[in-house]
Design a protein around this ligand. Structure first.
Ligand code: GLU
Length: 319
C-alpha cells in the first residue's frame, strides 16, 4: 500500500471538494481492483466480474453519492458477522454474548482453526468464522432465519435483502472448514446450540444478497449510534454500537486489520463476496463493492477507495 503523511491543503468541509475527493476515490478503487482476484473457494463466488466496482456514501440527512456498481446485488459473506453480533448483543446482552467468545484480534486468516485448537478454548473474536459460528450457536436457540433476516433488514435499512439460494447451496456443499470449526467447538463443549442448525444459519446469513448501497446504509446506522435517521427508530443501543465499532476497528479486515487500522482507520468489515461496510461516526456510512480481492481476502478496490477518502478527508478515527 502506498502511504504519505503529506496532505494537500483544501477545505475539507466544502461539499464540492468532498464530492471531488469521493469521485477520485472511486476512480482509484476501480483502477486498484485490477490488482485483485475474485474468490474461488466457494464455487458460486467465481461468477463475479473482477472489474466491477462501486462506491456509495450515505449521510443522515439523506444525501447519497453513488458511483459505479452500487445497486448490483452480491452475497454479504463475512459482513453478516456484524449483523449476527448486533442481534446477539440486542437479544442476549453483552455479558451473555462475551461469555462464549473473546474480543481479541487473532492475526490469523478468517477461516483459521489453528488458535482455536492450540491457544484457547473460546474463539478469539466474533469477526472471524470460529467466533461468528460460536455467536450463531447461542443465537440459534432464540432466533430462526426469518427472525435474523428481519433484523438484517432493519439493521441495513434495506427491505429488499433476500437469501441468495445459489450461494447458500454452494456454501453448504463446500463449507467443510466451517463444518470442522463447528464440530471442534462442539467437541470442546463450548458450542451452545445444535451444530447443524448453527451451521445452516451461519451459511444462510453469509448468503444474504446486498449491494454497496445496503452496506453504506448499514455503516450509516452504525455511524448514527444505532438509530435509523429516516424513521427515528432505535434499532440498537448506542453502547452496543460502540462495542461493534471497536471490534470492526480491531478485527474487521481479517489478518489485515492492523495495517488497515493504520492506513484507513475507519471501523469497517469486509467479506469475500467483495463488499466492505465502513462507518464514519456521526457522519457517513460508506459501502464498496469490488469482488477482486487482495491476498488477505479483502476487496482490493474497496481498500484503495477507502484509504483515499480517509487520507484526504481526515476520516481516520485518530485524525
Ligand atoms: N461464507 C464465508 C466462509 O465462511 C465467509 C467468509 C468471509 O467472507 O470472510 O467461509
Amino acid at each position: 500500500m502506498y502511504f504519505t503523511y503529506e496532505r494537500p491543503d483544501f477545505d475539507i468541509s466544502d461539499p464540492k471538494e468532498i464530492r471531488r475527493v469521493i469521485e477520485e476515490a472511486y476512480c482509484n478503487g476501480r483502477e486498484s481492483a485490477r490488482a485483485g482476484t475474485v474468490a474461488d473457494y466457494i464455487p458460486e463466488l467465481k461468477k463475479a466480474s473482477a472489474e466491477d466496482f462501486g462506491l456509495c456514501v450515505c449521510a443522515p440527512d439523506g444525501t447519497v453519492i453513488a458511483l459505479g456498481e452500487t445497486e448490483k446485488r452480491f452475497s454479504i459473506q463475512s459482513i453478516s458477522k456484524v449483523i449476527n453480533l448486533a442481534a446477539s448483543l440486542k437479544y442476549l446482552g453483552f455479558r451473555e454474548t462475551f461469555s462464549h467468545v473473546m474480543m481479541e484480534p487473532s492475526g490469523d486468516p478468517f477461516n483459521s482453526i489453528l488458535k482455536l485448537d492450540a491457544a484457547s478454548e473460546l474463539p478469539f473474536n466474533p469477526m472471524i468464522n470460529a467466533g461468528a459460528i460460536q455467536v450463531m450457536g447461542t443465537l440459534s436457540n432464540i432466533m430462526d432465519f426469518d427472525d435474523l433476516l428481519g433484523f438484517a433488514k432493519a439493521f441495513c435499512m434495506d427491505d429488499d435483502i433476500v437469501l441468495n439460494e445459489a450461494v447458500y447451496r454452494s456454501e453448504s456443499e463446500t463449507g467443510d472448514r466451517n463444518r470442522a470449526i463447528v464440530y471442534l467447538l462442539k467437541s470442546k463443549g463450548v458450542l451452545r446450540g445444535d451444530a447443524e442448525k448453527t451451521l445452516d444459519l451461519y451459511f444462510r446469513m453469509c448468503s444474504l444478497n446486498v449491494s454497496a448501497r445496503t452496506l453504506a446504509n448499514m455503516g450509516l446506522l452504525i455511524a448514527n449510534a444505532g438509530r435509523n435517521p429516516f424513521t427515528g427508530k432505535h434499532v440498537l443501543h448506542p453502547g452496543y454500537v460502540r462495542t461493534i465499532r471497536s471490534l470492526m476497528y480491531t478485527c474487521g479486515l481479517y489478518d489485515e486489520s492492523g495495517e488497515y487500522g493504520v492506513l484507513v482507520g475507519i471501523p469497517s468489515k469486509s467479506g469475500v463476496g467483495g463488499g466492505i461496510t465502513a462507518s464514519v461516526s456521526g457522519r457517513w456510512g460508506i459501502g464498496t463493492y469490488g469482488p477482486a480481492l487482495d491476498a488477505k481476502g479483502n476487496s482490493a478496490g474497496g481498500i484503495a477507495a477507502l484509504q483515499h477518502m480517509s487520507h484526504l478527508l481526515r476520516l481516520n478515527v485518530f485524525d
